[in-house]
Design a protein around this ligand. Structure first.
Ligand SMILES: Cc1cc2nc3c(=O)[nH]c(=O)nc-3n(C[C@H](O)[C@H](O)[C@H](O)COP(=O)(O)OP(=O)(O)OC[C@H]3O[C@@H](n4cnc5c(N)ncnc54)[C@H](O)[C@@H]3O)c2cc1C
Length: 426
């Protein structure tokens, strides 16, 4: 008897594996399992926070994305995976046997055992966390506009963002424009708002694919409605609802703030941690080592991709890597059925984009040009909007942005608009 192909985790890697399988008229039934009802387009979560986009745009329902007859979407929490028995167990009690399995469970926040961080810091990884943060910030501003206590007001108006990587930068710069926009109509003094990035290393964006944007980001930090502050070489020691404590220059310091947002690291999904895969086939954070074809060496019927796996190519944990790996897995699953040779996943890093506040962004095209300011913002949003997965019937539009074409398209546009914008060679 043939068992289905089971995909667990319908994020960038898992969803795009399923969409590509559908497009290829894959001959086996596919079970796509995710705990959530909606796909999360994480690069646009800031737009959800700022109301620049709606939940339906940033986080469409899987039902709307998948209308392929041989793909069954199951909304459930995966509780156990047994690679030896080839079974996947769900919280509802359902259990699936598989012939092929795709592990695309992503990552979770890593609090590095920091006291109080998991309980008191806000995470920012899905639409629920974006909406929770929005509600909390609005409440802080309303309370700040009414309190007579100066210390309390300052603490309500101070936001600390832990981590100076791309997620921390995008968050801090967005808030430095957004909070004044929300506070001014309440009659508050926007000059009292503080947004402070607390970064462990000396440099922001250290070791990140966006690290060459440091100068652009520093300029943007200073230009926000309220300037973004930076505490460098500062190791966070504890987070409470009222403050964040960090060590800097050998001194323990405390910042009084009623909002701490944690963006400092990724940890491997607990299900991936619990798999019967030895330590020598994982990296330090527990991610699974996969061959260039994205198969596990000890279980070649199993593929893994996105944030929960790594290859010798040492690609960054990003959406653009994950969705391209999804296409490669779909190709290889189809090849397996036909008895054709499997291909190594080809992942092209064509450029990066970063949000630098409301209506401002930077796009790094082909790793050769940096476009900053409003045009950078338009390229970023335009690219992502084209990237948002629609119904699989609209497959070409859905995935076209995933190809080089989108960058060629923008590349030409940029040349046409060169006179109007700042375009710098790296
Ligand atoms: C705020 C933020 C901004 C980002 N911005 C960018 C950006 O601008 N550019 C970029 O390239 N990358 C960006 N990233 C990184 C990017 O989103 C990730 O690298 C990408 O989502 C990884 O894809 P994935 O498929 O591995 O995992 P994910 O997209 O995280 O998907 C994992 C899926 O698994 C599901 N899942 C997990 N555990 C279970 C379980 N036990 N049972 C059932 N389902 C489960 C989850 O619900 C989720 O849908 C950003 C990330 C964040 C958090």
């Amino acid at each position: 008897m043939t068992n289905p192909t089971v995909i667990i985790g319908a994020g960038f890697a898992g969803l795009f594996t399923a969409l590509h399988l559908c497009h290829k008229h894959y001959a086996r039934p596919v079970i796509l399992i995710d705990q959530a009802e909606r796909f999360v387009f994480k690069p646009l979560l800031y737009e959800l926070l700022s109301n620049e986009m709606t939940t339906d745009q940033v986080s469409p329902r899987y039902e709307e994305l998948l209308s392929c007859s041989n793909i069954t979407y199951v909304q459930d929490l995966v509780t156990d995976v047994d690679l030896n028995k080839r079974t996947v167990e769900l919280a509802s009690g359902l259990c699936y046997n598989y012939d092929n399995l795709v592990l695309t469970l992503g990552s979770k926040a890593n609090y590095f055992h920091t006291e109080g961080a998991a309980e008191n810091a806000f995470s920012f990884r899905n639409s629920d966390s974006a909406n929770k943060l929005k509600k909390h910030l609005r409440s802080c501003l309303q309370r700040a506009s009414q309190t007579k206590n100066d210390l309390e007001r300052r603490s309500l108006l101070t936001v600390s963002v832990v981590g100076g990587g791309p997620a921390g930068i995008e968050m801090a710069l967005t808030l430095a424009d957004l909070l004044p926009e929300w506070y001014a109509p309440l009659g508050g003094n926007i000059a009292e708002i503080r947004v402070v990035i607390i970064n462990r290393s000396q440099e922001i964006l250290k070791g990140d694919i966006n690290s060459h944007l440091q100068t652009t980001v520093h300029k943007a930090m200073a230009k926000r409605t309220v300037a973004v502050e930076l505490e460098s070489q500062a190791a966070v020691k504890a987070v409470s609802p009222q403050s964040v404590e960090y060590e800097q220059d050998g001194e323990l310091k405390q910042l009084s703030c009623q909002t701490t947002i944690w963006t400092a690291g990724n940890d491997v999904n607990p299900l991936i941690k619990n798999l019967s895969i030895p330590e020598d086939l994982r990296d330090r954070s527990g991610r699974l080592q996969v061959a260039s074809t994205l198969q596990l060496s000890s279980f070649p019927e199993v593929f893994a991709a996105g944030d929960c796996a790594y290859t010798d190519a040492h690609l960054p944990s990003t959406a653009q890597v994950a969705y391209q790996q999804g296409a490669a897995i779909a190709h290889n699953l189809s090849a397996l059925i036909k008895g054709a040779p499997l291909k190594p996943a080809a992942v092209h890093l064509r450029g990066t984009m970063i949000k630098l506040g409301l209506g401002e962004g930077a796009a790094n095209i082909f790793d050769r040009f940096i476009v900053a300011g409003q045009v950078g913002h338009l390229i970023r949003e335009g690219t992502y909007l084209e990237l948002l997965p629609n119904s699989v019937h609209n497959f070409k539009a859905t995935t076209q942005w995933l190809t080089d074409e989108i960058f060629h398209h923008h590349h030409h546009q940029i040349h046409q608009r060169q006179s109007a914008i700042t375009l710098g060679h790296r």
